[in-house]
Design a protein around this ligand. Sequence first.
Ligand code: MG
Length: 486
Amino acid sequence: MGAVEELLKEYEKVWAIGYSLALMGWDSETYMPEGSARERGEASAALVALKQSILTSEKFLDLVERAEEEASDDVERGIVRVLRRALKYYTRIPVELLREEERVTNEAKIAWRKAKKRADFGTFRPYLERIVEIKREEAEHLGYENHPYDALLDLYEEGFTVKDADRLFSGLKPLTKELERILSSGWPQEHPLEETPYDAVRMRELNERILDILGFEREYQRLDTSAHPFTEGIGLYDVRITTWYHGKDFRRSLLATVHEFGHSLYERGCDPSLWKTPVCGGVSLGVHESQSRFWENYIARSRAFSSLVAPLVREYLNLDASPDDIFTYFNLVRPSTIRVEADEVTYNFHIMLRYELEKGLIEGSIEVKELPQAWNEKMEEYLGITPPNDAEGVLQDIHWSLGAMGYFPTYSIGTVLAVQIGRKMEEDLDLPSLVSEGKFSPIREWLREKIHRWGSVYPPKELVRRALGEDLDPKAFVDYVKVKYR
Ligand code: MG
């Protein structure tokens, strides 16, 4: 048996643990009885430790070493690359530091929830201070070339650096002018459908119907309900998505469903020959988000999609909305303090602000105690609004309490990339007519061929270049906004 083959055989154990953890994770967000949380937490922690011990065993490290010498094609080199990255995290960061992070973030999650409830940053501040210290230490252990934040960015988006992020966000700055223009042009900021109630059972049926039209495979995929929508790729043949229901403003439920559909299609599209290997599955958070954003923004927020769904909205929700109404309702532009409620035009400003603050925290140019004020000042600068309190400002996201720093920029990577994908696709396909006729198979096929089937064989930057013949380009997004919101 060759070293790669032997490595993959050993990796099957890791794969099976990952499969179980994913299923348990999905279950804990959907159907698990509340009282089971502690027991589930212990079972998960034990499996994570088991996985880690297999990956860092001498036998495994040796196999990776030998496979690296033997790897003779892109897939084999990809397998070694992905494993090397996983090992780097486990072998460079001292176990005590990882344990400390686990302990601090467990407490920080609770403190954050309390702080958010009371709109009191002070409750969360000492925890965040400790988390920032831990992250800075981790960056030193992981190593970087130019900036400590590079080491953290790379955990979520392989090869993405401060230099790349600076280029991305300065390229998005012209959106400030576009936003001013859009708001002063009288582009709608509100719509009565935001307040119109719906029947949740019928809404669920509408979501299912739309998923059927998009090409959701019932045999391998399912839709459920959770507090926050998410996708869980349990295996190649089992990908679950969730959505939410608020009883009014049906756009939120529908667009979340379409967004998660995009994530799930990516997970399902991996070439079956890569099954059970470390390269089966999305390559990075940014590329993953590009898939969800493509379906949510480029497809579902288009005029063509509005005409496709208007009759369905009438049939299922008994609402008399024209395609024009729906297009307007899906594309309102309104600066708001809350990221998850932001529209396409203002969304990237929320990310830009978080990126600048995180970078400052990691390099030491901003202190945690200065965050609330720095947050509010940037909010005022970018969107012309000031959060009424810290709950709607600096405390709104869960990410920092989980120790996720370097994560936010992937949202903008995905949002921008989604537009580039759409533009490239339009060179080959007549999207408006396909979408308005509900013919999605050529679109799914295009994505599968160019992006999905490769899993993580190539690093994200290389995958993008191979698929689109270009790099991440914020100008494409700004141009798209200029044309769409005219
Ligand atoms: Mg997403």
